[in-house]
Design a protein around this ligand. Sequence first.
Ligand SMILES: *Cc1c(COP(=O)(O)O)cnc(C)c1O
Length: 386
Amino acid sequence: MIPYGKQEITQQDIDAVVDVLKSDFLTQGPQVPAFEKSLRDFTGAKHALAVNSATSALHIACLSLGVGPGDTLWTTPVTFVASANCGLYCGATVDFVDIDASTYNLCPIKLEEKLIKAKADNKLPKVVVAVHLCGQPCDMRAINALAKQYGFKVIEDASHAIGGRYLDTPIGACIYSDITVFSFHPVKIVTTAEGGAALTNDDKLAEKMALFRSHGITRDPNLMVGESDGGWYYQQIELGYNYRMTELQAALGVSQMTRLSEFVAARHKLASRYNELLAELPIRLPYQLPETYSGLHLYVIRLQLGNIAKSHRQVFDELRANGIGVNLHYIPVHTQPYYQNMGFQTGDFPEAESYYQEAISLPMFHLMTLEQQDEVVAVLTKILQG
Ligand SMILES: *Cc1c(COP(=O)(O)O)cnc(C)c1O
């Protein structure tokens, strides 16, 4: 089976992890700060906090922004459930904004329409989570302008987008958002096995996220209530979690980050080759927003079902049966049983649902050979024409 995504691990990566195993620190040593520095250097963000997953990063991002009961978080329905669940973790209500028909990202026009209505009802969101689906940046200037006008905070869920650029800045620079989150799961662009990070330019948010990452505990006398009792002393001043990244993971991340630009460039080569080889098939190819450079975590096609004799499911199953490890990103979150139990219904977000009827993620990863790509193209062509 040709997988839809796969990590690249070199001897350099292995050596970096083995060195940590032989060192004094398996956790809370020098590698996590080194990894955080590599994230700051790459993105230009002032602060980067490495954590044990993007899900944890989304959670501490929401907590640091003060999301709690009575608040509302909005995001896109076409995302992994974690982009929405982070609001629920904080006791907030979650709602969705339908996607744009060409980028598949949260639509700024629908966002504005929903904000106008929410303002009239006195139900404005506290936070909007903008997800850069497939690595394609959201229209951040438009979202940022609405954030200023309506007074909400913006988290970029850039789990798909490290290494990409929006206008002139790297994704993660947080020019148009309060916080940006990355994932380092093995299918993503760079990996730490499990892992994530939250980036911000705001000192206060960074300080709060550092607390929430590690039990709400501080050793900084400036943050303590009253005086320190001595060298052993720490204080718990918030209810935090253990979301720390290990030294093993961070060392892998430091090593992987040296190849990030190469990873994204390889994905772009494969994507433009797909664009050429698939041009004549009855499918919609990915669209790219002008003035952006995608991280290209995913290459998603949409079937033009009116011009194909098979159903979406038949095409998907036949691809898998023929060794092509396709996937579908994502099942719209509002159609998940857990969200339906909260009152969401099929039909609530039609653009997201029509995307779901047609989308297929084709295999694309750093080590994919041209022969493997030709195989994907040949099998897909045969299935669509057969
Ligand atoms: C993978 C992913 C996450 C969760 O990442 P983890 O590191 O596995 O917690 C969140 N949001 C999106 C869009 C993702 O693709």
